[in-house]
Design a protein around this ligand. Sequence first.
Ligand code: ZN
Length: 288
Amino acid sequence: MRGVALAGLIAVMSLGSASCAEAGSAADPWAGIKVPAAGAAQSFGSPAAGCIAGAVALPLDGDGYQVLRPQRNRFWAHPRTVDFIRDLGRHAATDGFGPFLVGDMSQPRGGPMAFGHGSHQTGLDVDIWFRLPGQSLSADELSQPVGVSMVRGARIDPKAWTGDQMRMLELAAHAPDVDRIFVNPPIKAEACRTAKGDRAWLSKLRPWWGHDEHFHVRLSCTPGDVGCTPQAPVPEGEGCGGELASWNAKPVLLPQEAKDKPNHRNPVLPAACVALLHRPSVIEAGLR
Ligand SMILES: [Zn+2]
């Protein structure tokens, strides 16, 4: 039985050698690799120029969450990222706002993606949708999901935004492993306007373009992971004043055509990532 399962997995692996990335792009061959590299979980480089060994898959259907577009094979991450989502899912189930919808994480070995994100390369990034469907979505709905923007023009859309989104953001920001969360500027403004009690978590909310249908959670480098390049710390304070006001004159929503467009970035990856491409997969290591 085990042999049959392994043979099936190896068949999947060999399919993986045909990359869906454009020939010659930085995403090739990263986007074509279907399984993680063997070894302890370790991130190398930075979110926009990096990779990960020993990534694990987030279970597609968990307590309080569901994974969107599993066909993209971007549900891989560092085990800390997986633990973060599963914890948030348990909170969502208990608090009654689940299931929430998990968007892209990383490819099996991280690295550049053929389309969409410039980051998400080290297994420490995850997109979580603001849309809370109130019930489990079907396989078809999960594979072709419809997003809901929380922003209209330069303001929050009160028809879409509820206390549940705010609760979800607050819970995510309180997770100790979470380094920062990117949200559309009017969403940060709304959190600044309505957060009660201890407001220290607001410092983790970073205003950025897009991020009106989903928020983007980035975990800190794993302690002791010397190959992982940490980001500059978030500025001190709530970030509700001048920095947020500086967004007032800028367009904050991305045009539709800017979403999931082919990636032509060519990041210089650490040497450890080049070596990682040739490391045996978890399945090959298991066959020895
Ligand atoms: Zn993202």
